[in-house]
Every structure is written in structure tokens, then in C-alpha cells.
Ligand binder design. Structure first.
Ligand code: SF4
Ligand SMILES: [Zn+2]
Length: 465
């Protein structure tokens, strides 16, 4: 199911055929639409639509191009509307210097007051910017710093709260990453399907983990409907373009963006936790949430969601269940032991599953922290010979002290053990990959040198997000 996170369905454009528009959205597997108002009248219409259609949710607020009639009473009315159970955000609000319809100082003031309203109501915001990115970002960051409590309970897998979305994102990639770190999503419209779209470059650089999809109907219709009235049923065209730009499958893009929208707007129920999950052409096995480490960047004890897959299991699967769920391993490029937990803790299950997959001609990769020998107080690598094709170890840092700080354990002791694990793995496993997380303070050059020159393994940088 897809979610259209931004569609102005109240607009006069839909008077005649709103029922068919909603029906076509459903047929195109667009399960929910968020309709943002742009002033008091359209915010009321958005709420009426939400009352009328179960698949519609509303956002309320004054758009920067519609500030002409704004008053204190109007803002109070918006706040009252925001108590409606189907109002999921304050928006569309923001700053627009392209049309400059209201003085900039007024725009900024109204933007600030509406964010304050969102904070009071603990709702997220839907932000519009045009030629005003620097001022908008500065204001938003100032507010976030002053109000760490805003949306605190709406936490992302990275531990920070989701506070809103920069819709129809038009900034550069660096600003996008900065916003993501401040707890914002960015969203893309049909404009990514236009020729020479600069938003595509941003998307390619940022990836699809922290984005949402939107039509911005009735505007921004994707190719081949460019220039015509847009509607939510065109959303799959935008999802397909994201998949193409990010070299991802449509399934991964849909699941991830739907999860992001559900979490930001508190829509629907979270998906049930899974023992096996597909990403791209690989199948991942989630054997446990237990781990001997407690990495600062790991969300194992948080919501434990990867690209929309809920990995927060409440019991651990046995080998038979996992083998059954894998079915024919030849349907996948690789079967990967991964997940939010250390797979070697469940060594017996890991070995049984691997042996079964190998017997059927499949390929096995083990992602591990490299502490399996300490966990089992013996060298486990000979036991993995012949049943594991690739071992991928998280190096995390070349510096034992930093290693300990990142993983919250005895750094020097475990760093040495991990390096020893890699050396042993080289003897028994055909392919050994060593990875670091791409964080600013981790020295990637020294890591690469250690891995390639000293350990003779393949080096890889994993994105922090
Ligand atoms: S080793 Fe892996 S599973 Fe364990 S805490 Fe670190 S990142 Fe999480
Ligand atoms: Zn809009």
C-alpha cells in the first residue's frame, strides 16, 4: 500500500468527481491520502473530506501564499480544528520568497506561530519552501533546539523524533541530510519524472530511507500526465521513478515510504514483526534481538525497523521455521543472517539453516560483530566452513578505545578479539568483508588501510542512515 502524503483534494478541481478520484486511488493501491489545507476555509474542507472518506486524513494551516486573510481568530480556529481526530499535522505552512505574496517578516512570523501551535498540539508540520530554504531551515532548527520535547514519543529508528516533512523538496543534498538529522523527512512529487529534474540528483544522493511520496495534486502531475490535473492514483509513477533513481525495487520503496508516512502521521497499525524479510533480491534472516554489544547507533532496543520491516520479534524462531520461510533459496541472490541482534548467539540454528540452504544450492552471508568466538568460548569458524560463503564483520573503528565507546563494551579486549575473528575467517570462509559505519568521526582511510593491507579483506562503508 502507498500513501499520498500531500494532495489538495479540496480544491475546486475535484468538485465533480471526488468519489471517482478516491476510488481510483484505492485501485492504484494508494491506501491513505493526507489533504493539507492552505487557509481556514480549505482546512475546514480538508477535515470535511476526512470525515467523509475513511482513507483521507487532514492537515490544517495557513500556506505562505494564503496569508492575506490571516487573523488571530483564524489561527485560533486552526488550532481548534487540529483537535479533530483525523487531523494528523499542521500544514501546509512555510515561507515562499518566489512569489513573495506577503512581506517576508509576516511570513516568518506566521510560520513561527504555526510551528508553536504544532508543538502545543504535539503534531508534525508539513512545510512549504520556495527560494527560502536558508531562512526556513534556520527557523526550524532554532525551534527544534528550543523544544526537544516536540514529538519526543514519535521516535525514528535513529533515536530522534520525526517532526515534519519538507514537502516537494527543492533544496540540495547536504541540506536534506541536515534536515533528516534534525528529525525531518523530505518528500518528492511528480517533478522527479520531469526531464533534467535536479530533485533526482538529490534523491540519488540522499536515498529513499527518509523520504515520503506525494502527488501535490492537483499540481505537479508526473509524466505522462504532466500539465494535466494530478490525482493520488498517479502516485505509483512517482514510486517507480524513486525506485529507478535509487536502484531499488518498487516493493522496498513502497514499504519504506509507507512506513515513514505512517509513523510521521500516526496512521494505521505497525506491521507485525518478521523472522525473514526481503530487501532487493536478498532474503534476510532475523534470528534474535539479543546482542553482546550495545552500539550507540543501533536501534535494537528502539523500534528496530529496517526499510519498513518490523524486526522487533517477541520470540526467536527455530531452524525449521526459518527453513520453511526461506523455501527455495535459489529465488534470492543471497540468504543473509542480519537483523537487530548478533546472529552467532544462535549458532546452532544458524548452522542448521545454512547447511539446508547450501544443500539446496543457495548462498549464505553472515553479518556479525565478530565476537562469536568469545560468546561460545571456542573458535567457531571451522564450524562455518563449507556452509557460509561470506562473512561480513563490523569493524566500526580502527581505534580500540573508540570501538569500545561506539559499542559500549570493553574496547581493547573486544577490538583485538574481532580482529582475530577476521583473521580466522580468512582461513575458513571464501569471502570476508569488513565494514565501518559512515560517521564523521570514524577514520575511514585508516580503516580501509587496515582492512585491505593488513587483514587482506574487502572494505565497505555502511551508510549511517
Ligand atoms: S553489534 Fe549489531 S546488533 Fe549488536 S548492538 Fe551493535 S549494531 Fe546492534
Ligand atoms: Zn501543497
Amino acid at each position: 500500500m502507498l500513501i499520498d502524503s500531500h494532495a489538495h483534494l479540496f480544491n475546486g478541481d475535484y468538485d465533480e468527481d471526488i468519489e471517482s478520484v478516491i476510488r481510483r486511488a484505492g485501485e492504484a493501491e494508494v491506501g491513505f491520502c493526507v489533504v493539507p489545507g492552505t487557509d481556514l476555509a480549505t482546512s475546514r474542507q480538508a477535515v470535511e473530506l476526512a470525515d467523509r472518506f475513511p482513507e483521507v486524513f487532514a492537515a490544517v494551516g495557513y500556506h505562505p501564499l494564503d496569508l492575506a486573510g490571516i487573523s488571530d481568530a483564524g489561527l485560533t480556529a486552526i488550532e481548534e480544528l487540529s483537535h479533530h481526530p483525523k487531523v494528523v499535522a499542521i500544514g501546509e505552512i512555510g515561507v515562499d520568497y518566489f512569489y513573495d505574496k506577503s512581506p517576508r517578516s509576516v511570513q516568518l512570523e506566521m510560520f513561527r506561530r504555526q510551528i508553536a501551535l504544532a508543538i502545543r498540539r504535539d503534531l508534525p508540520v508539513i512545510i512549504h519552501t520556495r527560494d527560502s530554504m536558508a531562512d526556513t531551515v534556520a527557523l526550524v532548527k532554532e525551534v527544534v533546539t528550543a523544544h526537544p520535547e516536540w514529538r519526543r514519543n514519535n521516535r525514528t529508528g535513529l533515536g530522534f523524533p520525526h517532526r515534519g516533512v519538507f514537502h516537494c523538496y527543492s533544496g540540495d543534498a547536504d541540506t536534506a541530510l541536515e534536515l533528516i538529522r534534525s528529525g525531518f523527512l523530505i518528500s518528492f512529487t511528480g517533478s522527479i519524472t520531469f526531464k533534467n529534474s535536479s530533485a533526482c540528483d538529490v534523491l540519488a544522493a540522499v536515498g529513499y530511507d527518509h523520504i515520503m511520496l506525494e502527488t501535490d495534486a492537483p499540481f505537479m502531475a508526473p509524466v505522462p500526465f504532466r500539465g494535466k490535473r494530478n490525482e493520488p492514483s498517479h502516485l505509483p509513477l512517482i514510486a517507480a521513478k524513486v525506485a529507478e533513481v535509487c536502484h531499488a525495487t518498487m516493493e522496498d520503496v513502497v514499504r519504506t515510504t509507507t512506513f515513514n508516512a505512517k509513523r510521521l502521521f500516526s496512521l494505521g497499525e505497525p506491521d507485525a514483526p518478521v523472522f525473514t524479510y526481503q530487501l532487493g533480491k536478498s532474503l534476510y534472516i532475523n534470528l534474535t534481538n539479543r546482542c553482546n554489544a550495545d552500539c550507540v547507533f543501533c536501534d535494537r532496543k528502539g523500534e528496530a525497523v529496517v526499510k519498513g520491516h518490523n524486526l522487533k520479534i517477541t520470540r526467536e524462531p527455530d531452524a525449521r521455521e526459518v527453513i520453511e520461510q526461506i523455501g527455495d533459496p535459489l529465488r534470492y541472490d543471497e540468504i543473509v543472517f542480519c537483523g537487530y541482534g548478533e546472529p552467532t548467539i544462535r549458532l546452532d540454528v544458524l548452522k542448521d539453516v545454512s547447511a539446508s540452504v547450501k544443500q539446496k544450492g543457495g548462498r549464505i552471508r553472515l553479518n556479525t560483530d565478530g565476537h562469536g568466538n568469545g560468546i561460545h568460548k571456542r573458535n567457531i569458524l571451522p564450524e562455518l566452513a563449507g556452509i557460509v560463503d561470506t562473512v561480513s564483520v563490523s569493524l566500526n573503528s580502527v581505534d580500540p578505545v573508540q570501538y569500545g565507546e561506539l559499542m559500549r563494551l570493553d574496547g581493547p579486549k573486544y577490538h583485538a578479539a574481532m580482529l582475530e575473528f577476521i583473521r580466522e575467517a580468512k582461513k575458513f570462509i571464501p569471502s570476508v568483508v569488513v565494514s565501518v559505519v559512515g560517521m564523521n568521526d570514524v577514520d575511514q582511510n585508516s580503516a580501509r588501510e587496515l582492512v585491505e593491507k593488513e587483514l587482506g579483506a574487502t572494505f565497505r562503508v555502511r551508510p549511517y542512515f
